[in-house]
Every structure is written in structure tokens, then in C-alpha cells.
Design a protein around this ligand. Structure first.
Ligand SMILES: Nc1nc2c(c(=O)[nH]1)N[C@H]1C(S)=C(S)[C@@H](COP(=O)(O)O)O[C@H]1N2
Ligand SMILES: [Mo]
Length: 391
């Protein structure tokens, strides 16, 4: 029988699909729903046939592999609950609070939290037998050659070999999200999920895993997703810096307020508690988030918010705080998270201080300018009797 091997694409290299859910929708579910999760693409989305797709494992290994998707399904499966976040999440806050940056104007929704199922990368590497020193500066590169991207002929990223081999890091060759096959948007038939690590390394439509001495040579590892120093103000200046800077690996401690939004009209909190809600993410592998605090006096005093959900080391938490205090003209709130490793957010973004690409932003979450709804009084004023109505 002849089978049709055709891959078709959604979007183009010039105009790929990039979108995020509104903040209220984002925190509706602890486990993000497929249709409500953000999409981040540097090129078109390929629709691939799983029956013909082959994942190659090569480079410095003594036993190179060619793995079909059905075969991956027969191997021991591992499930991990992990957040997936773009390093550019919260870029909008960086550019509006600090200074213009260059990149997609992500608000707070370039993040999702999901149950990922697939084969542990460490199991596959055990089969392939890396020949490089796992304690040295070796890497595992992930590549997708299905399509060109905006800045390169393919998409790729890498992580240190030591992390890939560490079973505790739960690096996953994922086949499923929330118990269902990945959708084309999410990387069907197979993608990387690297808990605690920036989304850029979670290569979708994965074609090749390569054990090598150096990092991935892809543009998104070499000349993007790095934190440029503040003195770099233009793309031209950046060119001289990229090769000197480390690639982003782990994402920083973070939290934001998703509801209400800045500028919202709210009920009087002295009459009805004002519910403030958001999410918080641990730093890299130092989760879970153990504390979220809220301040309504510009960070002078803090009160503990209630953590509503707990999902372990790699998961986000959803949290809520009920405010019943004073009302001012422009009410503002801040939030900050602390994780098990003791990392706490600061008023200014830490490593992700202002940088031209607007990555790694993690200053306090903030909402401003809440207005208390004016009471509409129920009295109907009667005309004084001596004045008659004139039509
Ligand atoms: N092949 C491929 N993989 C990719 C990308 C891409 O453009 N192409 N984008 C990366 C980036 S930058 C992020 S943040 C995540 C986004 O995953 P999502 O679209 O499932 O949310 O995928 C990563 N994997
Ligand atoms: Mo990203």
C-alpha cells in the first residue's frame, strides 16, 4: 500500500502563531487545558504523521538509535507535572515599567502547567550510551528540522548532559499532555519537556537528539534567549555580546497577580472581601513554591496569601488573598513568592534586570489603579411641594 507522507503547515515563517490566554482564564484551572494554553512558535506548525516520524539519537554515542513513535509508546512511561514557561513571559511589564525592549509583547500568560507523559531522556541515553564525560561540559542538543524558523534554517536548543542523565531532573521526551496525545500545536508526535528550564529548550516536533561537546549551534541557543547587559541598547551592539553570554537554562522564581486586572472597578473591600488571585513559579529545580505574600502598601508590609493548589517541585501554584482593609483612591497590590530553595522575588527583577530582549523578568507581581465602585443610592428624591412640575 502506498502511504501519503505529507506534512502541512499552519502559519508561516514570517507570521507564526503566538498567543496567550487572558489572565483570568489562565488561573481558572490548576492544570492548563490544551485549548487555553499559550502558543510560542518561531516558524509554522508542522502537521506530522506519527507513523512515519523517526526520532534519531546520535552524536557522541556508541549506539545511535532511530526511534519510531509507536516504539516510544512501548517503553516505560513517566508522568511529570510541570510548568512550561517562555523566558519572555512578563516582557510587557518590563517594557512598560522600565524601558522598551525588543520582542513579542507577552503579558503574564506565556506559561502553562500540565501533566506530561513520555519516556525519560535518561532511559534513552542509557540505550544510546554517551561516550562523553557526563560530569564535564558536554551537552545534549534537541533539533526540529521540519521547517525553517525566523532566525535559522531549523529550530534547536540544548541542555547540559549532566542534567539530561539525572533521573531526578525528569527530563522527558513527551508524547502526551494531560493524558492525551500532543496536538500539532504542542509538538505532535513528540517534544522535549525539561522541567524547571526555559520553554525555548522544549523543542517541539523533535527530530534529533545529539550528544555533543558544545551547546546547540541554533540561533535560539546562541543569539537569543540570553540576558544582555543593560548597556546593550541596540541589535547591532548585541551582536558583539551574544557569544560571551551564557544561554538561559533555569527560569527564575516568579509570581503575578492575574485577577483583578489593573484599573478594574471592584466592590468596596470593607463590605465584601476583595479576592486577589494569581500564580507563582519556583526557581528552576528549587520548587515547590512554599509561600506567596501580598502587600498593599508598596512593599512595606506583607501578608501571607493562601496557596490553593500543590503540585510538587516543577509545578506552579495558584494562590488567593482576601483583602478587607482600607480604601484609597488608586489601590495597588504587589505579590512575591518564595520557594523551597529559599529564593524570593525582589522589587526589581533579579538576573532578569532590564535587558534588550526582555527575558527573565521576575520583579514583584503588581496591579495598580483599582477603583472602588461608587455606591448608587436607592433614594428617589421627591420634588419639594411648592415647586410644580412644568412640562
Ligand atoms: N520546533 C520548535 N520548538 C519550539 C519552538 C519553536 O518555535 N519551534 N518554540 C520554543 C519556545 S521559545 C517555547 S516558549 C515553547 C512553547 O511551547 P508551546 O507552543 O507548546 O507553548 O516551545 C519551544 N519549542
Ligand atoms: Mo519561548
Amino acid at each position: 500500500m502506498l502511504c501519503k507522507i505529507s506534512t502541512w503547515f499552519d502559519g508561516t515563517v514570517e507570521n507564526p502563531l503566538n498567543r496567550e490566554p487572558p489572565p483570568e482564564v489562565l488561573i481558572e484551572n490548576f492544570i492548563s487545558k490544551e485549548g487555553e494554553a499559550y502558543d510560542r512558535n518561531h516558524g509554522p506548525i508542522p502537521h506530522i504523521s506519527a507513523s512515519t516520524h523517526i526520532l534519531h539519537v546520535d552524536g557522541s554515542v556508541s549506539n545511535p538509535l532511530g526511534l519510531t513513535t509507536p516504539y516510544l509508546h512501548t517503553l516505560p512511561q513517566h508522568t511529570v507535572l510541570a510548568a512550561l514557561q517562555c523566558a519572555g513571559n512578563r516582557r510587557h511589564t518590563m517594557r512598560t515599567k522600565e524601558k522598551e525592549v525588543w520582542g513579542i509583547d507577552w503579558h503574564d500568560g506565556a506559561v502553562m502547567n500540565a501533566e506530561w507523559t513520555g519516556v525519560l531522556l535518561s532511559d534513552i541515553l542509557q540505550m544510546a550510551k554517551p561516550t562523553l564525560d557526563p560530569t564535564g561540559k558536554s551537552h545534549v542538543a534537541f533539533s526540529c528540522y521540519q521547517t525553517a524558523t525566523q532566525d535559522d534554517g531549523y529550530y534547536g536548543g540544548s541542555i547540559p548532559l549532566s542534567r539530561a542523565l539525572d533521573k531526578d531532573m525528569e527530563v522527558l521526551i513527551a508524547l502526551k499532555m494531560n493524558g492525551e496525545d500532543l496536538t500539532p500545536e504542542r509538538g505532535y508526535p513528540v517534544r522535549m519537556i525539561i522541567p524547571g528550564v526555559a520553554g525555548a529548550r522544549a523543542v517541539k516536533w523533535l527530530d534529533r537528539i545529539t550528544v555533543q561537546k558544545q551547546e546547540s549551534s541554533n540561533a535560539y541557543q546562541q543569539t537569543d534567549y540570553k540576558i544582555l547587559p543593560p548597556e546593550v541598547q541596540t541589535k547591532e551592539q548585541a551582536a558583539a555580546y551574544w557569544h560571551k553570554l551564557p544561554s538561559i537554562l533555569e527560569t527564575p522564581i516568579n509570581s503575578v497577580i492575574c485577577s483583578p486586572r489593573s484599573g478594574a472597578e471592584v466592590e468596596d473591600p470593607r463590605v465584601k472581601p476583595l479576592k486577589i488571585g494569581g500564580y507563582a513559579l519556583p526557581q528552576g529545580s528549587e520548587g515547590p513554591v512554599v509561600k506567596v505574600e501580598v502587600s498593599y502598601d508598596g512593599g512595606r508590609t506583607w501578608e501571607k496569601a493562601k496557596i490553593l493548589t500543590e503540585g510538587g517541585r516543577w509545578s506552579w501554584v495558584l494562590w488567593e488573598f482576601e483583602y478587607t482593609g482600607e480604601v484609597t483612591e488608586d489601590m495597588s497590590f504587589m505579590c512575591k513568592a518564595t520557594d523551597k530553595g529559599g529564593n524570593t522575588q525582589k522589587i526589581k527583577s533579579g538576573a532578569g534586570q532590564w535587558n534588550l530582549r526582555g527575558v527573565g523578568y521576575n520583579a514583584y507581581g503588581e496591579i495598580n489603579g483599582l477603583k472602588v465602585k461608587q455606591k448608587v443610592t436607592g433614594e428617589i428624591r421627591e420634588s419639594p411641594p411648592e415647586i410644580e412640575a412644568r412640562l
